[in-house]
Design a protein around this ligand. Sequence first.
Ligand SMILES: Nc1ncnc2c1ncn2[C@@H]1O[C@H](COP(=O)(O)OP(=O)(O)OP(=O)(O)O)[C@@H](O)[C@H]1O
Ligand SMILES: O=P(O)(O)OC[C@H]1O[C@H](OP(=O)(O)OP(=O)(O)O)[C@H](O)[C@@H]1O
Ligand SMILES: [Mg+2]
Length: 279
Amino acid sequence: MLRVAVPNKGSLSETAVEMLQEAGYATRRDTKELHVVDARNDVEFFYLRPRDIATYVGSGALDIGITGRDLLLDSHSAATELAELGFGGSTFRFAGPADEFSELSDLAGKTVATSYPGLVGNFLRDAGVDATLVHLDGAVESAVQLGVADAVADVVSTGTTLRKAGLGIFGPVILDSTAVLIASPETKPTTATLIRRLQGVLVARQYVLVDYDLPVRLLEQATAVAGGIESPTISPLRDPEWVAVRVMIPRGDANDVMDRLYELGARAILVTAIHAARL
Ligand SMILES: Nc1ncnc2c1ncn2[C@@H]1O[C@H](COP(=O)(O)OP(=O)(O)OP(=O)(O)O)[C@@H](O)[C@H]1O
Ligand SMILES: O=P(O)(O)OC[C@H]1O[C@H](OP(=O)(O)OP(=O)(O)O)[C@H](O)[C@@H]1O
Ligand SMILES: [Mg+2]
């Protein structure tokens, strides 16, 4: 049975569970459930703290898991990143009082609070900056005001938490993070189905189908607007001068593509959601 780690709490948990559900797997019925056996798919799910998932997967105790790239890199685990999952995007940045810090070298001889000492320590070492890390469990943005550190290094999404703490971002991006699928060093062949299913969910979330009717003579121009993943499907219509076209396009482009196809001469343009896919 394939053994899979799923975040039980935090920012990644809800979407990770939704994706597994959309991929046809059994998921927990209440948040206290830590172990779900999906006998039909021959998969066992373990709901674990996001920070611990790389440790379990890296040790080989579990085969595959969903976690954040930042947590994977912080962990020194032997697990490897297999695929991005299209959610949980954030950047990892330094921040401090704007009048004290404007570039990375300003950190020399200072203290930096973080919950990710592995990630930040490696970054500072590679950059040749000698700063002292203060390891905190969370809410690190308060560390400067409370006098525990001169600056912080943390996850930034909207930037609201930093702004409220009166801190400004400085220096280079430490990491662009996102939710990722990770695998143990000895990946089982049975992971392929789970990976394909999750990739199918990603496609269904990120793409839509566009159908439209078009005068045949405009086909080249229409294909330049929306070429599809491989090539558009063209079907004959009763009127030999017209064809029906079907393409997949990124969901976020739908309205722009519809406008451009309409202006070109396409009609009966319909956009529909994809529920599942195997590309
Ligand atoms: N505001 C956010 N937006 C996007 N991703 C985030 C955000 N906060 C955390 N993450 C990501 O979620 C993952 C786990 O962090 P999370 O905050 O969920 O765990 P935690 O700090 O251990 O849990 P908690 O905050 O519930 O105590 C990391 O990969 C992190 O980059
Ligand atoms: O840029 P923002 O949109 O404000 O998001 C970033 C904040 O979100 C996370 O905090 P979380 O709520 O997970 O608390 P924690 O720091 O205790 O983990 C992260 O640690 C930042 O503090
Ligand atoms: Mg957190």
